[in-house]
Design a protein around this ligand. Sequence first.
Ligand code: TNX
Length: 536
Amino acid sequence: MFRPLLRWMTALWVVLIPYAVSATEQLLLLPQPTSITMTEGHFHLTPATRLYVADGLWNPAERFVEDVAEMIPLKAPRSLTRREGGIRLSLDSHLSEEAYRMEITPQAITIAGGSPAGVYYGLQSLRQLVVQHRNAIPCCTIEDCPNFAYRGAHMDVVRHFFTVEEVKRYLDILAAHKLNRLHWHLTDDQGWRIEIKRYPELTERASKRNETLIGHCLRSTTYDGIPYGPYFYTQEEIRDIVRYAAERYITIIPEIEMPSHAQAALHALPWLGCEEQQVEVWTHWGVSPEVMCGGKETTYEFLENVLTEVIDLFPSEYIHIGGDECPKERWEECEHCQARIRELGLKDESETRTAENQLQSYLTGRIERFLAKHGRRIIGWDDILAGGVSPEATVMSWQGSKGGIYAAKHGNHAIMAPMDYCYFDFYQTKSQEGEGLAIGGWVSFEKVYGWNPYEGLTAEEQPYIYGLQCNLWSEYITSFDHLQRMLLPRLAALAEVQWATDRRNPATIRTRMEQLRRLYEQCGWSYAPYYFEGRK
Ligand code: TNX
């Protein structure tokens, strides 16, 4: 009997609360800025509002006009000559590179950035305010800057392929969360997805597989019988994507796996293997024993030729050379590998510092020196620590944080991407209900949000952590829609850890996520419902 009354009263609250809040208006930004100071009044955004931009800031201005076009059509930007009004963009050399300061008064919105990227991040915050407040933006001053220089997300386009348009949407999503790196996993056992002019066989023969495993790789031996591919990116498409990313202040780090996770390349070019026997492009998931020969000089020539084209395509200072999960059974039996081991005088020194692991270190080191000659540096998976690494190598810690901690303690830079917090191919809820097949594990939104990436590191070691990244392997992800649902909303939790590490604001995370969700809806991005349903 009281139910309708109760419901009515609840409805009234829903109406009243926003007004109650607006007295001390709250800005619900994600990631949390360094500081927000509320002031009096509102800036009224209308179709007559124009952006006025200082030299070098046309790109962030144009991106903003595009980003808010559906909510409000703005006039084309003009150069910053008018004395006042509008949305005013400039640079401030006192600010750190990616930092910005935004001042909103009833007369103008002024954004100053330490670089065009800083201005872009200020505009991303403004975009969130437009979603939240529509055309009456509350006056305030926001100061903001990121904690980590490297704020990455990884994308596996090998196990399942995603089109140029889908990669661009992925970049849009990263940019809206203020990420600045895409780690692009382009080669693996199940496919080779980057055109290399010198070796057309790679895309002719290795960009497709005969069929694909159905079900989980630990439990199934059933295949679908459906050829997959050819799928790859031409060099022209890659340049287009690199440009698109740069316009959003995202550096793409390409990953070319070596010497392991390379069975597709061995299929196209059998001389890359130890035995030179014909292998298929793998149709299973997991760790393949078929790896490039570490002894023959032709492997090194191949890698250098491939990387010559890769560095021409990707301006990134860092190139990811993979190096994970390299079984050594072929190398133990291979006359070329064993000859090279003797020539280098490598000996088993411990359980991990075996002669073969040191041969892998030799390969990594040679490639590192080759790239260094071209002004580039390497990132490798933490497996590369086994046989020893040069002090210049950056280690990507995925088997927990221990690899990253070890690297930091030894003066190497590390990127933290531990499975337990950063594997977005893992299940999002404990019950797994309604999630479909995933590789395993459990990484909920809350778990990501509560992660302390500095755990186990002293204050002196912490600066060696270059940044944080989520990894999204696509063995069990066959559509872009599913990919987005694995990424969102967990990416938002990670973005706050990356950007606002020590000033995370758990008290308002739920309300801020409700706002961010409106942006997802507006952009047509798919996201998983679990966090919003309260399922962990
Ligand atoms: C391990 S993480 C791999 C990948 C798989 C992933 C699945 C890493 C460096 N290697 O090849 O896709 O597990 O979670």
